[in-house]
Structure formats: structure tokens, C-alpha cells
Design a protein around this ligand. Structure first.
Ligand SMILES: C[S@@+](CC[C@H](N)C(=O)[O-])C[C@H]1O[C@@H](n2cnc3c(N)ncnc32)[C@H](O)[C@@H]1O
Length: 274
């Protein structure tokens, strides 16, 4: 159910992010395969969506808790885990800005792929991620990078150019893609810069249809794009927005099959050794 009093929650309960996540399963599995997940490891997947990375973590034998602000995605995650027979993977609702229900030092590994970056009060998010990780544990975040030329950074940039200005005091989620800002946030959470590693990695969106079809899925089901189209429509700019995004999706498609789409997107991988 959509809680209209919390715009962060309402944004992600809008539409159905599962439809987008279906194009990301491969990348989720590849990412998890390089995280060193071992059987019995306690993993928190934060801003987990319907489990693109949580399910692969559980398949490797970890004891996985997925936390997400969107109740529809928590439900979808629990459904997917049950269908996959993964009793070691459960999902619950929670807010990365205040993980009150989770005790200090609980997790060996906290993973947040494009999840915690969207929570308000980023300083609190960094503190909460550090608090729930055990000393000697790790935090791995995947964050989109501001002004990066690849797909998601550009979708968000184009979308915001059609949307009304954010409320005063709003901190852009994209600031999680800036190394200095990330270092500062974790520094305030008690983590020295020498404990943080950065790398640029690739996440690929794949679907069995042309780029226009993938764009249609974003237009219909991805909260930030849905909001941008609503704002564009109010200003008579729907066609302009559709054209900008169509050009983006088509130009970024690397598939040689005209009836398939494969779009790589660059992200900043942040590894924090707590
Ligand atoms: C782009 S999706 C990524 C989902 C998932 N990590 C994946 O890779 O498929 C962003 C996710 O972050 C979640 N999210 C946004 N704000 C949040 C918050 N304050 N606390 C927890 N989750 C949040 C959304 O509900 C959504 O599932």
C-alpha cells in the first residue's frame, strides 16, 4: 500500500520495480559471484527490491535479510524466495535512514546495489550501515555516478530536467556517486579513508525486445520515470521527453540483434572495511 506521507516510499511503491529488475538478474548474479559470499555468512541486502542480489546471495548459502522501504517489493521478494525454495532468504520493510529494528554489529556483509543511495538523510544512512555491520565485516554499495554518460545516470538527469525542482534541503541521491562525498559520509560514521575502496564497474540491462520496449517498461513501471512523464504531461512536453529517452535507449544499446536490448551502465562500487 502506498504511504503518501513519505515521498521516498511512495516513489518506489509506484509502478512495479520488479518489471525493471527482470532486466537486471544477470548483473545481480555476476556481482554477487565476486563478493566472496560463503555459507552461513549473515548478509543484509539493503534497498533490496525484489531480491536481484539477495536471492543469489542466499543461493551461495548465506543467511540473507532483505530490507526495503517499498511494501510491494518486500512482498515480491518473499514470493520469489519461496518459489526458489530459499528458506535462508527473507524480506522485511525498513528504512535505510533508520534501521531501528536491527541490532548493532549483526551482519558480516551489507550489500546495497542502487538502494541505500535513494534514502533521505545520507549521513544517517552511512551511520546505520556501519552500525549494523560487525567489526571486521564489509559494506558494498553500488551507486550511480552524477553526469556519467551511461544509461541510468542519464535517465535520472533527463527525468529531473522535466520535473519540478526538489524541495529545499533535498540531497541528490547521485551524490553517493562522488568518491569525496562518500569518504566524508563514512568518515563521519567513524571509518577512515584507508578502509574504503572505490572501483568503476558495469551493470547491464538486458531484455528480449528492442530498446523501445525496454523504455516502455521504464515509462510504465519505474517510479522516477513515471513521475517525469507526469510532470512533462502537465507541461505539454510528453513527446519531447519520450524522444529524449528513446534516443538515449537506442544509442546505448549494444546488442547486435535488432530484437534484443543490452545496455551497459557504469556505477561506482564502494567497499567499506568496517
Ligand atoms: C533502483 S532500486 C534497486 C533495487 C535492488 N537493489 C536491485 O538491485 O534490484 C532502489 C530500491 O531502493 C529502495 N529504497 C529507496 N529508498 C529506500 C529507503 N529509504 N530504505 C530502504 N530502501 C529504499 C526502493 O524501494 C527500491 O527497491
Amino acid at each position: 500500500m502506498t504511504d503518501t506521507t513519505n515521498p521516498n516510499k511512495a516513489l518506489w511503491e509506484k509502478g512495479d520495480f520488479s518489471k525493471i529488475a527482470d532486466s537486471m538478474r544477470h548483473s545481480g548474479e555476476e556481482l554477487v559471484a565476486r563478493l566472496g559470499v560463503t555459507p552461513g555468512m549473515k548478509v543484509l541486502d539493503l534497498g533490496c527490491g525484489d531480491g536481484t542480489t539477495a536471492l543469489p546471495e542466499a543461493r551461495l548459502g548465506a543467511d540473507v535479510l532483505g530490507v526495503d522501504i517499498a511494501s510491494n517489493l518486500v512482498e515480491a521478494g518473499n514470493r520469489r524466495a519461496a518459489t526458489a525454495g530459499l528458506a535462508n532468504c527473507r524480506f522485511q520493510e525498513g528504512d535505510a535512514s533508520h534501521l531501528d529494528e536491527l541490532a548493532d554489529g549483526t551482519f558480516d556483509l551489507v550489500v546495497s546495489m542502487f538502494g541505500a543511495m535513494f534514502a533521505p538523510r545520507p549521513q544517517d544512512v552511512a551511520k546505520e550501515m556501519v552500525r549494523v555491520t560487525r567489526p571486521g565485516g564489509r559494506i558494498v554499495m553500488g551507486n550511480w555516478i552524477p553526469n556519467d554518460p551511461t544509461l541510468v545516470a542519464q535517465i535520472l538527469k533527463i527525468s529531473s530536467s522535466y520535473s519540478p525542482p526538489p524541495p529545499e534541503g533535498f540531497v541528490s541521491p547521485m551524490t553517493w556517486g562522488l568518491e569525496d562525498t562518500v569518504t566524508e559520509r563514512f568518515g563521519e560514521a567513524g571509518i577512515g579513508a584507508d578502509k574504503i575502496d572505490f572501483s568503476r564497474e558495469t551493470w547491464t540491462f538486458e531484455s528480449a525486445g528492442p530498446p523501445a520496449e525496454l523504455l516502455a517498461t521504464f515509462r510504465e513501471y519505474y517510479g522516477p520515470t513515471m513521475n517525469a512523464f507526469a510532470a512533462a504531461e502537465a507541461n505539454g512536453r510528453t513527446d519531447e521527453l519520450q524522444k529524449d529517452l528513446a534516443e538515449l535507449f537506442t544509442s546505448q544499446n549494444t546488442s547486435t540483434d535488432p530484437d534484443a536490448t543490452s545496455v551497459p551502465a557504469t556505477f561506482l562500487q564502494v567497499t567499506v572495511n568496517v
